[in-house]
Design a protein around this ligand. Sequence first.
Ligand SMILES: Cc1cc2nc3c(=O)[nH]c(=O)nc-3n(C[C@H](O)[C@H](O)[C@H](O)COP(=O)(O)OP(=O)(O)OC[C@H]3O[C@@H](n4cnc5c(N)ncnc54)[C@H](O)[C@@H]3O)c2cc1C
Length: 453
Amino acid sequence: MKVIVVGASHGGHESAVELLTRYENNEVTVYEAGDFISFMSCGMELYLEGKATQRDDVRNFKPEDVEKLGGQVYSQHQVTKIDPDKHEVEVKNLANGETFTDTYDKLILSSGVTPTTIPVPGNDLKNVFLMRGRDWATKLHDKLHDDQVKNVVVVGAGYIGIEAAEVFAKGGKNVTIVDRNQQPLANYLDPQLGEVVAKTLSENGVNLDLGRTVSEYQGTTEVQSVKTDDGCELPADLVVVAAGVTPNTDWLKGTVDLEEGGFIKTDPYLRTSAPDIYAVGDAIKSLFAPAGKPAPIALASAARRQARYVAETLAMTKPDRSFPGINGSSALSVFDYHLASTGVNAHNAELLNLDVAESVYHGKLRPNFVTDGNPDVWVKLTYHPESHQILGGQILSKGAITAHGNTISLAITAHMTLENLAEADFFFQPGFDRQWSVLNIAAQTALGETPAV
Ligand SMILES: Cc1cc2nc3c(=O)[nH]c(=O)nc-3n(C[C@H](O)[C@H](O)[C@H](O)COP(=O)(O)OP(=O)(O)OC[C@H]3O[C@@H](n4cnc5c(N)ncnc54)[C@H](O)[C@@H]3O)c2cc1C
């Protein structure tokens, strides 16, 4: 089977490796428009903080990694057009401007997204930056080490904005985050946990300008300040915009059906509207399993699971199972805190119109007598009000608790209830946790019990 993959990031990489290693007789060609294969934006914060060997090591794979498996990888090759009837793609070699045609039996689109710029006056000023990919990583690195840059405004308090804010605050800059939401990480954390994150950001010198919308970037050639809708003016030598993403799908208009927002429309088997064309990654809305509905979930973990599924079903006329969906599990550090979030939360429950109940447990991670390294922990569980089926969870602590997010994700997938989680068998060791794991305690608390710790 001759397979063409568009895009050499997480979805493209996983598609190629799966097809070349787990299945036989596949000829795989990956076309990537960018000039570098394949910078890993997930590692950008580590690179900027000087915790990576070097910039070009922060990547998913080198072309030769896939080539030695028998695949072909072309950078600076943009797929500009698809002819689904002829099973042909038009490819432009961006290095020399030449265009050629290639044919496929199956085509996998993993063309991803581009960070959205905010359409306000001044958005073309110098030093209004985005944060995705190797080129922006290089520019951000330069600014981080530029003494002329004193004031940094980050637009957007999602994961990426928080990463940017932390990097520049640790780099000695005066950092302000502007977001129209009233709390940081509002798409991931509910207010009880979000307010802890807000406090730690403030304590670490990050100014929070929340509940405000950017209305203008001011300056002559370079940005000098950011104006908000309520007339506030923030000095800025650098602006980092992390305010959402736009799918790279303009070129697909009229070829495959697109949804509102430009996402590629896929069926439960991740097939597009055109025969033999599949799509994975940030450019699609994936099945959000705990809600049973599609949702935009821009995560590398999602792209990889979708690509694995597509590789498995590519040769099947009728796949024997549909894509099982994802829970949207993610984790992050914010200064001394660690957090993980999975499944349904207050934000997406409202967006998707889901009827959920919730409960928060706040206590110590280990027995009270432990004085050394016994931080507070918050666990929030979201569940079905009648069946008590677990639909989501969030956990936050200065302790190493992020793996609990994965445990909650498994509980969601296994359709466990609060009752199941309340008695689930987890270890106890006072060096790590309490007599009951915080997950047991959180479920017991949600059931209205008084945990025996
Ligand atoms: C700063 C940052 C940190 C992140 N951290 C995490 C994290 O910790 N964990 C996590 O799970 N996710 C994280 N993500 C999200 C993760 O990077 C994305 O979910 C993932 O990269 C999506 O992969 P993808 O294959 O859909 O596409 P993308 O990564 O968007 O890549 C698409 C590729 O396709 C190429 N392309 C587009 N159109 C064409 C065309 N017509 N022809 C040829 N090539 C084309 C593009 O040049 C691009 O290289 C982070 C993202 C950012 C920006």
